[in-house]
Ligand binder design. Structure first.
Ligand SMILES: Cc1cc2nc3c(=O)[nH]c(=O)nc-3n(C[C@H](O)[C@H](O)[C@H](O)COP(=O)(O)OP(=O)(O)OC[C@H]3O[C@@H](n4cnc5c(N)ncnc54)[C@H](O)[C@@H]3O)c2cc1C
Length: 425
């Protein structure tokens, strides 16, 4: 039985797994295809400031990411976004604040005035019937769209949930499994008896009342801290090391076979181009944005006229540390499915429409393209990362920790003198 681990892929999942294996006494080598660690957590420099190029926050549910950050000495740097609501840019081109009590657009209080304003009185009344349906209604739905449609009606799916799911998951409610939307949504529906009650319970369970948090200075600091801690624990890294073939206890890198306990952390089996996401970050001289006209950001309905973006985040209105880094200026980030023509021009035009403000003075801009993966590899090889745990750091981190602990526990059973010595030392 090999006693050292080979982690294929140096994204957050691979780094978390390698660190945990090392803490448990196993040697670990991370093989990363590209020239940098971090995968979808990456930095970019724009307007003279380092900002996140992809993931910018983490869901607070479960507490695993915060616990990891505390272990890595970043606990004091956890920050929460400003409380301003996000907005919804609707199919008719008008904008309304996203209902305050929602989860992924599902209202916790269907008859609240902000829900009525967003979808109309008749649709809100239909949504409120959720309270009188049996808990079993929709409880075995496979997709979020099916679940919400059954309990609250189509208008809630189309008018509220679809733009949020599009903005957050780059998907549609009917393509999003209930567990991927929220791992405890189904369980809470059954326990509380209604979808609205489940939403309120899950919101109440969020630490500090915020469903998401970030790191002062950027999420990419998590990668820096993981790399440093892994190095301290003796984990080795090989960059530009693309693994061609993966087996249970061997991998092939550039024709060379390596033996060890293999952990696949390399993402999806078939990243597909139609799931490409483009992010455009703009730094603007635009005093009209000082009042944050659309709160922390905007989610865009798929049919909204004249706008190509699916979401806009007003970074300087959302995060205090970014506002402090850009005195007198604004930073916004627009997300696109696929790649828009002339991304910077398109993003500047879209931002002007979405923020209802003329934006002519672009100080700096950056474009990043990401290919989102889909299904996991079907194999017996131990796997971590979003293709098996679900998208997002709140899913990826605890899953990678758990799998690494399991691997370490089972390797201990057949462990030879060399690795036992490492554990005891
Ligand atoms: C634009 C964008 C915004 C996001 N925003 C958020 C957010 O705000 N909050 C949040 O929680 N999540 C967010 N996410 C999702 C989150 O970043 C991911 O779920 C998470 O980072 C996935 O980590 P991972 O390690 O599973 O995969 P990855 O980060 O994809 O890492 C996989 C690694 O494996 C390497 N690799 C692949 N194949 C091989 C091979 N054959 N050999 C060696 N190495 C290989 C890749 O190069 C990569 O470094 C966002 C993602 C994107 C793209």
């Amino acid at each position: 039985m090999p006693s050292d681990a080979i982690v294929v892929g140096g994204g957050v999942a691979g780094l978390v797994a390698a660190r945990r294996l090392a803490l448990e006494g196993l040697g670990a080598t991370v093989l990363e295809r590209t020239g940098r660690l971090g995968g979808q957590v990456a930095r970019q420099r724009v307007g003279g400031v380092d900002l996140d190029a992809a993931a910018e926050s983490f869901a607070t549910r479960g507490g695993a990411v915060a616990a990891l950050l505390a272990e890595l000495g970043l606990g004091q740097d956890i920050v929460y976004p400003r409380a301003d609501p996000a907005w919804l840019h609707r199919a008719d081109g008008t904008a309304v604040p996203l209902p305050a009590t929602g989860l992924l657009g599902i209202p916790g209080d269907p008859l609240a005035s902000d829900v009525v304003r967003a979808i109309g009185r008749a649709a809100a009344e239909r949504a409120s019937l959720d309270a009188s349906l049996p808990a079993s209604e929709g409880a075995d739905a496979s997709s979020l769209g099916e679940l919400v449609r059954l309990r609250m009606g189509a208008a809630v799916v189309d008018g509220l949930v679809a733009p949020v799911v599009r903005g957050v998951h780059s998907s549609t409610p009917d393509d999003l499994a209930v567990e991927r939307a929220h791992p405890r949504l189904r369980e809470e529906l059954v326990r509380r008896g209604s979808l609205a009650a489940a939403v309120l319970a899950l919101r109440a369970a969020s630490p500090a009342g915020s469903a998401v948090a970030g790191i002062r200075g950027g999420m990419f600091r998590l990668v820096d801290a993981l790399e440093a801690d892994c190095a301290r624990l003796g984990v080795t890294f090989e960059l530009d090391a693309a693994v061609d073939d993966v087996g249970l206890d061997r991998v092939t890198v550039a024709g060379e076979v390596r033996h060890g306990i293999v952990v696949r952390a390399s993402g999806a089996a078939d990243p597909v181009d139609d799931r490409m996401v483009t992010l455009v970050t703009l730094v603007l001289d635009a005093p009209s944005l000082d009042r944050a006209p659309r709160g922390t950001g905007i989610l865009v309905s798929a049919d909204a006229p004249g706008v190509r973006a699916r979401a806009l985040t007003h970074l300087t209105a959302k995060w205090d540390w970014i506002a402090e880094a850009f005195p007198g200026r604004h930073a916004v980030r627009l997300s696109y499915d696929g790649t828009p023509d002339n991304p910077i021009e398109t993003a500047t035009r879209d931002a002007g429409i979405l923020l209802a403000a003329p934006l002519e003075h672009v100080v700096d801009a950056n474009v990043h393209r990401w290919v989102r993966g889909s299904a996991a590899h079907a194999s017996d090889v131990a796997a971590v990362g979003e293709s098996v745990s679900g998208t997002g750091l709140a899913s990826v981190v605890p899953h990678a920790e758990r799998i690494a602990r399991d691997i370490s526990a089972s390797s201990r059973i057949g462990r030879g003198p060399r690795s036992r010595a490492r554990m005891e030392g």
